[in-house]
Design a protein around this ligand. Structure first.
Ligand SMILES: [Zn+2]
Ligand SMILES: [Zn+2]
Length: 329
């Protein structure tokens, strides 16, 4: 038994390998291969445009004989609304604001049964270009203090449609979860004069125990204090606060490493349900020397229980070093 601290949040994680299954016991039974290439009832499939409630915002040109490659549309059931203000008001002792925000859906691929792990490199690149374009477009609106790009894959991760898609939500506030990370990073910078994520990348690439894959500009590893089995981070090696600032070359290498990480999860754990999210500096923090964007993948292989909710401390039955060597194999 061991308790480790997440350097980005100072949160503690309990590692309890006695509750452990072997890594291969986390494998799922069903696979995506049972899905058809085209589903007549799926609004995201090419050819089913009449099922879309809203016209799409952008479309990228098709590659590998696809009619189009990615599409962005407004969410049919948005969590937030674009035509509201960010004006705060009081209700007795409480504070509230109108539900301003934008909620977009990205269709990652025209085919129904393809996911990131099964795509070709240039197809994943189109997904990343779409993320990058929309991120920068929405950051132009001064009301958007935070732009979160994420993916829910599989029913356990909250995906209601099996056709591969991603989402973007922008808001007019910075949530405490991100503020805590920013404050911890600031504190670390004050103490050491270095970015905490740059130090993590330096340490992981030296010791390599938890590293899964690496290329010229990105490194992917299981974090030292992973909250859940097979949590994976993909981090740019160059210090960069804002995802919107990455270069064309970095968008290519980011797509390559994301595809490879997704492929490993797909093959080794048989297409597990997961969420991933791009954690990038909030607007007023962009460009800061202490903030470093990254992509965080959280597979859904265990269930959160009362102790986690009460304490905020996760119990992870799986050791990061063992998970990394299982994925690397
Ligand atoms: Zn579909
Ligand atoms: Zn850094």
């Amino acid at each position: 038994m061991e308790i480790r601290q997440n350097k980005l949040t100072r949160q503690w994680i309990i590692f309890a390998p006695n509750r452990k299954k072997r890594p291969k016991d986390f494998r799922k039974e069903k696979t995506r291969e049972e899905l058809p290439e085209y589903d007549k009832d799926c609004p995201f499939c090419a050819g089913n445009e009449e099922l879309l409630v809203h016209p799409f915002i952008i479309e990228t040109p098709g590659i590998n004989y696809n009619p189009w490659q990615t599409r962005v549309l407004p969410n049919k059931y948005p969590a937030l609304e674009p035509d509201k203000s960010t004006f705060r008001s009081m209700e007795g002792i409480y504070i509230k604001m109108p539900g301003y925000g934008k909620h977009e859906i990205f269709i990652d691929h025209p085919k129904h049964n393809i996911c990131i792990g099964l795509m070709k490199n240039e197809e994943v690149r189109a997904v990343i270009e779409t993320y990058w374009m929309r991120y920068n477009e929405l950051m132009k609106d001064v009301r958007n203090l935070m732009v979160i790009i994420f993916k829910n894959h599989g029913p356990e991760a909250g995906a209601s449609l099996s056709h591969s898609h991603s989402q973007l939500i922008s808001t007019g506030m910075v949530p405490s979860h991100l503020r805590v990370q920013a404050e911890e990073a600031q504190r670390y910078y004050d103490d050491n004069g270095r970015c905490v994520m740059c130090d993590i990348v330096g340490f992981e690439s030296k010791y390599r125990e938890r590293v899964i894959i690496e290329n010229n500009s990105f490194i992917s590893f299981i974090p030292y204090a992973a909250e859940v089995p097979f949590e994976i981070w993909i981090v740019p090696k160059r210090h960069e606060a804002n995802f919107g600032d990455i270069s064309e070359e970095e968008r290519i290498t980011f797509a390559e490493i994301l595809r490879e990480a997704m492929k490993k999860l797909y093959e080794k754990l048989n297409d597990p349900d997961f969420n991933y999210v791009i954690i990038s500096a909030p607007r007023y923090k962009a460009g800061e020397p202490h903030l470093h964007w990254y992509l965080r993948i959280m597979p859904h292989l265990t269930t959160r229980a009362g102790f986690e909710i009460g304490s905020g401390i996760f119990i992870n039955p799986s050791l990061p070093e063992e998970d990394a060597s299982f994925l690397k194999d």
